[in-house]
Design a protein around this ligand. Structure first.
Ligand SMILES: Cc1cc2nc3c(=O)[nH]c(=O)nc-3n(C[C@H](O)[C@H](O)[C@H](O)COP(=O)(O)OP(=O)(O)OC[C@H]3O[C@@H](n4cnc5c(N)ncnc54)[C@H](O)[C@@H]3O)c2cc1C
Length: 509
């Protein structure tokens, strides 16, 4: 076969195109592993239409771009090159077919947003029309079609993650890729979005994080994860790497299990808080896929509540004043604004504060989670649709099966930033305040003039929200839907482990 004549020579091994998506690594890469027996053309397609969506952003591309550059260098070091194309995947595949003749397509299965789902269906249709076999390899504990049942989900997840790692193939016959460059943000129409310190992209950075979390940073994880002050270093910070696939979930899981086994071998007093921390971390790794499974099972929950009785509960506002104040960190609630400004600058914030931000937008500002969720999605470097949308609607109380948890922005400020260091740093207008005045500047006779007045009364709006939600929850329609939602999406943990939090559904937390 030559570039001019795409007919493969008789008996020539068939070409495989390995389509890299959000799996930017060579190690434990099921698609590459399966393709490596014959010639391989490694491909990445930057899709401008994807990057024009309201849930995508500059920071997400910046992280992917850096990770892609490292992957390309890794392939170059092995004698090949990564073909990076800009356009649509179907056009790109058609051009490859014109140049190289028929091929097999290998990729990882993706649970993305509605756009990537439609794109994958278009690729599937192209493959069927051209007789191109496409194998989608599983990298996460997420199942499709007939395999959707939740009943054995957790044990299947454990079994999948315990499978042997697909080590990088010793030799790959890389096919000459068409010369290409990695587009920069500007080429994709993405303007800088205020990110000041992007997490370091690429596999090497991911490996360093994994190692430092498991051996140095992670011991206080269980307690420290709740505060943005301590969570910054005590959380693993692996989320953008899972988003970009620079590390595989399996290798993270197995590295953690190896560390747990090593700890088992040392005397109990020397283990410190590590065993609890690592057990809790493994639980979070399950959650990653548990949430993604929800979107895989019902893609509509990207925009519809799992319990449809909640549809339209929060109307789209007539003006964008509340959404803008939320997005800009100018709500007049110091801890909410500090968290938002920190997120805008860094692209990350800890779980509890993400939940508080969504709670504030949903209960206090009564904004539809689809709108506030898009603001947060753009700000998260680690935006993962399968986690993000189910979490967003859960924190807004619209799944019908989860406890309604309304966070008090004042209490959270006192609990998670007791010294006020974080709040003062990110809301410098309040640099001279501390204690109650810092978290509730509206109580001062002369509040700092350059800081916005609070946008709503948090106690009054929380009371009203609770009444609205519980009135709806008590209706026959909502009750009937709850069991169907649980059947489809609920965790099958034993009852004992699902004991209700004493605070669930009561006061603000
Ligand atoms: C409204 C809202 C939106 C969210 N959107 C995203 C998102 O777009 N992308 C994303 O990766 N996470 C999202 N999360 C979950 C969670 O906040 C982040 O995964 C976590 O803060 C990432 O930091 P880390 O890697 O240091 O987490 P660690 O605490 O170190 O956890 C390790 C990994 O476990 C998984 N994980 C941890 N907590 C959760 C959780 N509550 N639900 C599901 N998986 C979890 C993640 O993959 C994470 O990287 C969201 C949470 C909320 C409340």
């Amino acid at each position: 076969m030559s570039a001019d004549d795409p007919t493969p020579a008789p008996g020539a091994p068939r070409l495989s195109v390995v389509w890299f998506k959000r799996d930017l690594r060579l190690h434990d890469h099921g698609a590459l592993f399966a393709a490596a027996g014959g010639p391989v053309l490694p491909l990445y397609v930057a899709e401008p239409d994807y990057w024009a969506l309201p849930d995508t952003s500059y920071r997400q591309w910046a992280f992917l771009r850096g990770s892609l550059a490292e992957l390309r260098n890794d392939i170059r070091a092995r004698g090949g090159d990564l073909s990076v194309q800009t356009g649509t995947v179907t056009d790109t595949l058609a051009a490859i077919r014109d140049r190289h003749g028929p091929f097999d397509l290998h990729s990882h299965m993706e649970t993305g947003n509605a756009w990537t789902y439609a794109r994958d269906r278009a690729v599937g249709a192209w493959c069927r029309a051209t007789g191109t076999p496409w194998t989608e390899h599983r990298q996460f504990g997420v199942w499709r079609g007939a395999d959707l049942s939740r009943d054995r989900w957790a044990s299947r997840w454990d079994a999948l993650m315990s499978e042997p790692i697909r080590t990088e193939p010793e030799h790959v016959d890389w096919v000459d890729a068409a010369p290409s460059g990695i587009p920069d943000a500007d080429d994709l129409g993405l303007a800088p979005d205020g990110i000041v310190s992007l997490q370091t992209p690429g596999r090497q950075a991911g490996l360093r994080l994994l190692d430092s979390f498991l051996t140095e940073r992670g011991e206080p994880y269980q307690k420290a994860m709740s505060s943005p002050v301590t969570g910054e270093t005590a959380c693993s910070r692996l989320s953008p790497h899972l988003m970009a696939g620079t590390l595989s979930m399996r290798e993270i899981y197995q590295a953690t299990q190896a560390r747990i086994a090593a700890l088992d071998a040392v005397a109990r007093p020397e283990r410190g808080r590590w065993p609890g921390a690592l057990k809790s971390f493994v639980g979070r790794l399950h959650w990653h896929c548990h949430f993604m499974q929800k979107l895989e099972a019902e893609p509509e929950i990207e925009w519809l509540p799992m319990a449809r009785a909640y549809e339209g509960l929060r109307p789209v506002p007539n003006d964008d004043a509340r959404l803008t104040a939320f997005a800009e960190g100018a709500t007049g609630y110091p801890f909410v604004d500090a968290c938002m400004r920190y997120l805008r600058a860094t692209g990350w914030i800890n779980f509890r504060m993400r939940a508080m931000l969504m709670s504030f937008a949903s209960y206090n500002l009564w904004l539809p989670w689809q709108m506030s969720g898009a603001v947060l999605a753009r700000l998260f470097t680690d935006y993962e649709p399968g986690i993000h949308w189910p979490q967003s609607q859960m924190q807004a109380g619209e799944t019908g099966i989860n406890a309604v948890r309304i966070y008090s922005p004042v209490k959270q400020g006192h609990d998670q930033d007791p010294e006020g260091v974080f709040t003062r740093r990110w809301v410098p207008e309040l640099a001279g305040l501390s204690g109650t005045a810092l978290q509730e500047p509206w109580t001062l006779p002369d509040p700092p003039p350059d800081y916005p007045a609070r946008i709503v009364d948090h106690q009054e709006t929380a009371r009203l929200a609770k009444t609205r939600i519980y009135d709806l929850r008590r209706t026959d329609a909502a009750r009937a839907e709850a069991s169907a939602v649980f059947e489809k999406h609920g965790s099958r943990k034993p009852r004992r482990a699902r004991r209700k939090s004493p605070r669930a559904g009561r006061g603000a937390t």
